[in-house]
Design a protein around this ligand. Structure first.
Ligand code: GLA
Length: 382
């Protein structure tokens, strides 16, 4: 960065405000959020850090990504989608704030990411929410936290082009240290559940692959689930999402939907049940059951929802031979990124060493790993 043409911008920067916006994990409940189901995420102790200042202009904004050593300069009166993906997260958020009738003026911002990219811990939500949070503060926009969540999600729908659910942004903004969030994505009501894992902890194994299918396949899954809702709504007009569907209703329309759509919907119904069972297990400190449910989730994601990949399947299967691991599964949208493992603290070192060796032998790729601690959401930092 020191050699960068942007050195002057960075060196003379006097931040008015610093924000840390976290990545997230999801214990269980995958691909349920856009189906108005249940999820169990939390923010973690890894962040994107933002520095903000007003620059005294009415409409010029300079956003520098220290991670990519790239500068985005834009005019507030001409906000439009860009052909560069990272810029769309920024521009999408600004556009959503403007659409809510909120007045911005020129600002400068430096962004530094400490989140492993493409690892499925939602660096995108951290980016969107950190920016929205910071602009809300420095311009006194008076937006509630839940509005910041929705601004992030909408930015992704409109500028990035992923029809994501609300989980990532909600976790990034709303999380509380030491808790996981049971979020009902239908009513957007939530419960904070103490993340009491006793002798166990969360370990992420990063496949370091990101198959480029991910974005298009994601939107296809959204559409497949919508097709089932449409078929069921012919008989049950009140049904507007898979949340309103039970197994009997699904059985009634089997002949009217594709076998693939049937599998997708069945997975979603089962996954919602798993989340509720997992919460009961966590509350009663039955971590063995919790772990079994994680494996069940992976199996459904692999075979029915078909969003896993060879690398994620390998690591999940590999973990089953370790007594110290109670459960593991792919996490996030899929097609790469991390597995999330619930593992005894004293087993982490040997498990990581053996998984790394086996993974290298099988795929000739270096595995990386990190532990994740349930932490607070987006906040002002020093
Ligand atoms: C991505 C999306 C989320 C969610 C997960 C899958 O992370 O951004 O909204 O759908 O995939 O559970």
């Amino acid at each position: 960065m020191t050699d960068s043409v942007h050195k002057n911008f960075v060196d003379s920067f006097k931040a008015e405000l610093k924000i840390a916006s976290p990545g997230r994990i999801n214990l269980i409940g995958e691909h349920t959020d856009y189906n108005k189901g249940f999820v169990l995420p939390t923010a973690i102790d890894k962040h994107i850090v933002f520095q903000f200042k007003k620059n005294g202009t009415t409409d010029t904004c300079n956003v520098y990504s220290a991670t990519f050593d790239k500068m985005l300069t834009f005019n507030l009166n001409e906000v439009a989608p860009s052909d560069k993906e990272w810029e769309n997260y920024i521009l999408g958020v600004v556009s959503q704030i403007q659409l809510r009738g909120k007045k911005l003026s020129g600002f400068d911002c430096i962004i530094e990411s400490y989140l492993p990219m493409g690892s499925g811990i939602s660096s995108s939500a951290a980016l969107e929410c950190g920016l929205a949070f910071g602009l809300n503060q420095i311009f006194n926009l008076g937006l509630e936290k839940i509005e910041l969540v929705k601004i992030g999600q909408k930015a992704e729908h409109t500028y990035v082009g992923t029809q994501c659910g609300i989980m990532d942004q909600f976790a990034s903004v709303m999380s509380q240290s030491g808790h996981v969030i049971l979020l009902d994505c239908n009513s957007i009501s939530h419960q904070m559940i103490p993340a009491d894992f006793g002798d166990y902890q969360v370990l992420l194994l990063n496949t370091n692959v990101s198959h480029n299918l991910a974005d298009s396949a994601y939107n296809t899954r959204v559409a497949e689930c919508a097709s089932v809702v449409e078929a069921i709504a012919k008989y049950y007009p009140d049904v507007t999402s898979l949340r309103g569907v039970n197994f009997e209703m699904l059985a009634e329309v089997t002949s009217e939907i594709t076998p693939i759509a049937y599998k997708r919907a069945r997975f979603v119904l089962e996954e919602n049940e798993r989340v509720n069972k997992a919460v009961e297990a966590l509350k009663s400190k039955d971590l063995n059951t919790f772990g079994e449910l994680m494996y069940g989730s992976h199996s459904g994601l692999q075979n029915d929802y078909e969003v896993s990949c060879e690398e994620l399947d390998f690591l999940t299967a590999f973990s089953k031979d370790y007594d110290q691991v109670l459960g593991a599964r792919m996490m996030g949208g899929g097609f790469g990124g991390c597995t999330i493992n619930l593992i005894r603290k004293d087993g982490v070192e040997s498990f990581v060493a053996e998984a790394t060796k086996a993974y290298k032998e099988k795929f000739n790729i270096d595995l990386t790993s990190f532990t994740a601690v349930p932490s607070q959401g987006t906040a002002v930092t020093n």
